[in-house]
Design a protein around this ligand. Sequence first.
Ligand SMILES: C[S@@+](CC[C@H](N)C(=O)[O-])C[C@H]1O[C@@H](n2cnc3c(N)ncnc32)[C@H](O)[C@@H]1O
Length: 208
Amino acid sequence: MISVRDAYTSWATSYDHDRNSTRDLDQQVTIQLLGPQRAEQLLELGCGTGKNTQFLATIGTHVHALDLTEAMLARAQAKVSASNVTFALADLTQPWPCPNQTYDLIVANLVLEHIADLEFIFAEVRRCLKPGGRFFLCELHPAKQYQGLQAYFTRDEAEVRVPAYLHHLTDYLDAAATNALRLRQLREWWPTDDRACPPRLLSLLFEG
Ligand SMILES: C[S@@+](CC[C@H](N)C(=O)[O-])C[C@H]1O[C@@H](n2cnc3c(N)ncnc32)[C@H](O)[C@@H]1O
């Protein structure tokens, strides 16, 4: 099976241009929900090609953006010229290169499906978040995961499925509760108005 890093190294060349309604919906949701928020120090987990980083730079005084894949990060660095953004290569499954209690807002979009151990992620959020800080995530909805959907792209006419792990709603809520993060908002999102379909995205906002 292809690794997450190799998959995104290959996907980096077309990630921004492929037809991808999940990516586009995530961007709309993030702007809608975080638009009114402000943060002194903002940490972005799994920034990818910087799709959301450009927007986050408008609500954060300083944005620190992390990603596992050099090729994705290189695209982000080429795209995002805002002087208040710094990028770093980091594997979120290992202790993060961040001091304790630094960030007012930590943001994760479409990245946690690639990480098996949610508990570790929430423990690192807890460590890096200032008291009273917020953690926002927007991920593929578990209902879509139950149907077999996961991040994928096409290369040489073959579908490449990026390794993914199933996270139930209770997995997110339990990991948050264990780390003393309180749920402030839960929303479900559809790419069209067809609510007969399962929702595509789940967004959660927690407070430390
Ligand atoms: C679907 S992309 C999402 C990128 C961006 N957040 C967005 O919404 O467009 C997933 C990103 O997560 C990154 N990623 C996956 N596993 C990771 C890990 N263990 N540590 C850091 N980044 C990771 C990948 O390299 C990729 O750039």
